[in-house]
Design a protein around this ligand. Structure first.
Ligand code: LP5
Ligand code: MN
Length: 272
């Protein structure tokens, strides 16, 4: 039986930074550099860091860390440097759903379940990667269910790393091709379904990534509940990235390219 939505609770006080959809890999040196810089800034400004899924462009198994390639080793050592003095939390996304406890231990992080009800200094926040909220994307939800079968994952993880990489490349290519043909609304969360589900746990906000459409939407008017969407990162083709900061002062979406959008900023018509 499926657990009820947002049934896992976590308390974390102080300034929290949340990022997702970094899509790091061997072909993203500029994005990796931006992420390493972000980790350094986080180490002086954030008490805890939440990386909420799709940290990696395709994760083929924690055993990759046993003899980590150079691109991964520099990320892992930067994560360890951060987690030496601060709390580091990780969530799985749809591209790195195979991230496991071995990886979390390797970087001294805590691996979270797919949805968390976070008790923060800004109030109760529902947090997830967000792919499970795209309920109109029937093909993806089927794919999601299948790749979570434990026996399938176990078989995959027994394959040599080079085969696993080929299979991952195949699914990444297929996904990119199919995404071009899917209507926009299918690739987004279903706002009514999300409002109904998330508001049932009475949060002050819902924060998620995955859709790559950074924004602040109104989820409910009375009392006011926002749905914040995290930006994706791409410094190879663009200068795109950012994070959400949570503190006793409230919630702010900080996009590296743009300005800050905070809880008490006026509403915009495009991204309410
Ligand atoms: O990731 P993105 O942004 O491109 O698109 C996502 C959805 N796509 C995915 C696929 C991932 O990108 C691929 C990740 C590879 C990781 C390693 C692979 C290890 C395999 C391990 C097996 C145990 O998540 C995309 C969504 C989009 O977000 C927006 O929400 O639309 O969904 C798809 O592209 C899925 C296709 O629509 C359906 C594919 C059908 C495949 C049939 C199932 C066969 C499963 C067999 C498993 C071995
Ligand atoms: Mn995603």
């Amino acid at each position: 039986m499926k657990p009820p939505l947002w049934s896992n609770k976590l308390q974390q006080t102080g300034t929290l930074w949340i990022a997702a959809d970094l899509h790091l890999g061997p072909d993203t040196p500029a994005t990796t550099a931006a992420f390493l810089k972000f980790l350094q800034e986080a180490s002086t400004q954030a008490d805890a860091l939440f990386l909420c899924g799709d940290i990696f462009n395709a994760w083929i198994g924690d055993d990759l860390c046993q003899q980590a390639p150079a691109w991964l080793e520099q990320i892992n050592s930067a994560l360890r440097a951060y987690s030496r003095h601060h709390r580091l939390y990780l969530m799985r996304g749809n591209r790195d759903f195979l991230l496991g406890f071995d990886f979390a231990r390797h970087v001294n992080a805590e691996l979270l379940p797919e949805q968390i009800l976070l008790q923060s200094d800004a109030g109760l926040i529902a947090l997830s990667h967000g792919d499970e909220l795209c309920t109109d994307d029937i093909a993806y939800q089927r794919f999601r269910r299948i790749v979570r079968w434990p026996w399938l994952q176990a078989c995959y993880l027994r394959l040599p790393l080079s085969w696993r990489q080929k299979i991952a490349n195949y699914f990444r290519d297929k996904s990119q091709r199919q995404n071009k043909t899917k209507p926009n609304y299918i690739m987004d969360v279903n706002p009514e379904a999300v409002a109904q589900q998330a508001c049932a746990v009475d949060p002050v906000a819902l924060i998620h990534g995955h859709t790559h459409r950074p924004a602040r939407h109104i989820l409910r008017h009375e009392p006011l509940v926002y749905r914040w969407v995290l930006p994706d990162w791409d410094y190879e083709h663009d200068q795109r990235g950012g994070f959400i900061s949570i503190s006793a002062k409230g919630i702010c979406l900080v996009q590296h390219q743009h300005t800050e959008l905070c809880q008490d900023s006026p509403l915009f018509t495009s991204a309410q």
